[in-house]
Design a binder for this molecule. Structure first.
Ligand code: FAD
Length: 588
């Protein structure tokens, strides 16, 4: 929930990747009460890629794959803004978000992973399924699996550790289904441009992996550089053609375009260049981790294990920067343990020149994966940090006159930025001309921060308030808003006000209303009170008085959202329940 401690600086965590989930967990265990933290993520859940082959292979249920970011943010006292970043302005310290106002930050950390590079392919159609992003892949794989009866041919392009594991997992799962239906197993091709499988692995492990592929009937196609896919075919640069129903793309990583287009210094391959402190080499208040970053002094391959290991150092450095202390270095391991499951509850593993294989390695991988997942699903119980009431703030930082009113200059600046043509006359009161012959209907509703996203909360508050006008048969007219913003520095207050007012204005316009005034004060937590005036012809007012037995009651929305949010507060609501509840609350 939106925390009530005094916030002096704003840390934005962009992307719920493998490092940021670790940072959030640590923030929950070691809170920085005066640091406001916001996670920006397109979805309420993030997948853990290590378990993906287990889920595809049918050894783990899909729900185990995801980490609930909403719960993690609650634990960390962070706001969760469900949005996709489309640009970063490191000079102006702002992130541009799709379909919503920009978000200002004092410190930014980027952990948004990569996007699939399909540049090798001259053409492709909908039968090509990229493994990244994983959530999109799972949706497509589930469809393929549901429709699959038996037989057929599939190709996996990319025979790195991920592609190899996926080939074994698909072969296992589809093979079982085909067998159950009394049909032949699928033909599976594993294609790669390079000549050698897992070139960095010990030669005997490579031989073992090739034997396992052959034993399971998977056709390994080295030196097959895929250049075209479509109409049931996959073609290579050398002219070889495979007849396949579906192609799974598990190769080629590219930096996200919006990062490449930013002013953050990048490496020649387009990733964000960071130093040993995980800090952008061009903008010291920006950090980048995981696949999105290249560590210029200590290059390592792109792998989730590095993102996971960066988390504790990133957490410390974000806190140290906030406290004005010197930063510490991340020292990545030279060699990491790679475990590759072979689909049938056995695995290969290697670290440098050492390798092994067998069922115990498969069990080890499973233990490691579930231990990691459990550390985010079973969060420790923590004592909430003590809450300051704002008295400790620098008196120059706040306008405490007029009953802790937010400085009017901030309010008018934010409003004129968001709605330059709003035509509001800023005076003591709003002056209205009632439509001739109509009655005035008035309603007021207050909203506490039941969700962490101030923009969405503001939209919900307006939807909620205007629903009373609609229920009485009226149309929406002028709207007034009374806001309580949590105590914070001027920049944090401005940023929060921008988010809230953008939500209020966009929903007010959608309802055909007009924002005519309001009041903004500071307090312990965010509160949005919306007062609406509506108009209706005298003979068209519908009241709830006079209802009788056998009257029909029309429910325009499902009941029970309060119960869902109460469950969410206790960490007992599935992320999809909350997403559906929020979508319904936004429905006018
Ligand atoms: C099948 C498979 C198996 C793998 N197994 C392993 C393994 O066993 N060990 C290993 O080390 N590596 C493994 N990997 C590699 C691993 O998945 C990646 O290296 C790892 O996910 C990188 O983590 P990350 O934190 O950089 O990004 P990600 O985990 O990709 O997370 C990025 C996050 O950013 C969010 N995001 C993306 N764009 C935006 C945006 N514009 N705005 C806001 N948020 C955004 C996404 O929603 C996502 O939550 C595997 C990969 C695959 C495909």
């Amino acid at each position: 929930m939106i925390s009530s401690a005094v916030k002096l600086r704003h840390l934005v965590l962009l992307g719920g990747g493998h490092a940021h989930i670790g940072v959030l967990r640590m923030l929950g265990m070691h809170p920085e009460p005066d640091l406001k933290v916001t996670l920006v993520s397109p979805s309420r859940e993030t997948p853990y890629s290590g378990l993906l082959p287990g889920v595809v292979g049918g050894h783990s249920p899909e729900q185990d794959l995801y980490i609930d970011l909403g719960r993690l943010c609650q634990f960390a006292g962070a706001d969760l803004v469900l949005a996709t970043a489309t640009a970063i302005d490191p000079g102006g310290s702002e992130i541009e978000l799709r379909n919503r106002p920009n978000l200002a930050y004092d410190y930014l950390s980027i952990d948004v992973g990569i996007e699939p590079a399909l540049t090798d392919l001259a053409e492709f159609d909908e039968a090509l399924v990229s493994v990244k992003p994983i959530a999109g892949f799972m949706a497509r794989f589930n469809l393929v699996y549901e429709q699959y009866r038996g037989g057929g041919a599939f190709a996996i392009v990319g025979a790195g550790a991920a592609g190899l594991e996926l080939a074994f997992a698909l072969n296992h799962r589809l093979g079982i289904k085909a067998e159950k239906n009394g049909l032949p197993k699928p033909v599976l091709y594993l294609c790669q441009a390079a000549a050698e499988l897992l070139p960095e692995a010990p030669p005997r492990l490579r031989a073992k992996a090739k034997n396992a592929l052959a034993a399971q009937g998977i056709q390994f196609r080295p030196q097959f550089r895929a250049v075209r896919q479509g109409a049931g075919q996959l073609a290579s640069a050398s002219g070889a053609v495979l007849e396949v129903d579906q192609v799974f793309w598990a190769t080629g990583a590219a930096p996200q375009a919006f990062l490449q287009n930013s002013d953050l210094a990048g490496t020649p391959s387009g990733y964000i260049a960071v130093n040993a402190q995980l800090q952008s080499v061009s903008h010291p208040n920006v950090f980048a981790v995981g696949d999105a970053a290249d560590m210029v002094e200590q290059a390592r391959p792109k792998a989730g294990v590095y993102a996971v290991r960066q988390a504790p150092i990133l957490f410390k450095n974000l806190v140290r920067m906030h406290r004005g202390q010197s930063l510490i270095r991340f020292k990545p391991q030279q060699r990491v343990l790679s475990l590759i499951s072979l689909g049938e509850q056995t695995a290969l593993g290697y670290k440098g020149p050492f390798w092994a294989s067998g069922r115990s390695l498969w069990r080890l991988k499973r233990r490691i994966d579930y231990k990691f997942l459990d550390s985010f699903k079973n969060l420790p119980l923590m004592t909430p940090p003590s809450v300051s009431n704002g008295e400790a703030l620098d008196p120059n930082m706040q306008c405490r006159g007029c009953g802790a009113k937010v400085a009017s200059s901030i309010l008018s600046e934010v409003l004129s930025e968001l709605d330059p043509d709003g035509g509001r006359v800023l005076d003591d009161s709003a002056v209205l001309i009632p439509p001739a012959g109509e009655l005035m209907i008035q309603s007021v509703d207050a909203f506490r921060p039941i969700i962490d996203d101030p923009y969405v909360l503001a939209k919900i508050a307006v939807v909620h308030a205007v629903s009373d006008i609609y229920a009485m048969g009226g149309r929406v007219g002028p709207i007034m808003v009374n806001l309580t913003l949590p105590y914070g520095s001027e920049s944090i207050t401005r940023s929060l006000l921008q988010q809230v007012m953008a939500g209020v204005l966009s929903q007010t316009k959608a309802e055909g209303g007009q924002l005519v005034g309001g009041h903004t004060a500071e307090g312990l937590e965010l509160n949005i009170t919306v007062s609406v005036t509506g108009w209706a012809p005298p003979d068209d007012i519908r009241t709830s008085r006079g209802t009788q037995l056998d009257d029909h009651l029309v429910l325009t929305k499902a009941l029970g959202t309060g119960t869902l949010f109460a469950a969410s507060m206790r960490g007992q609501a599935a992320p999809s329940w909350i997403s559906h509840a929020v979508a319904m609350m936004l429905q006018s």
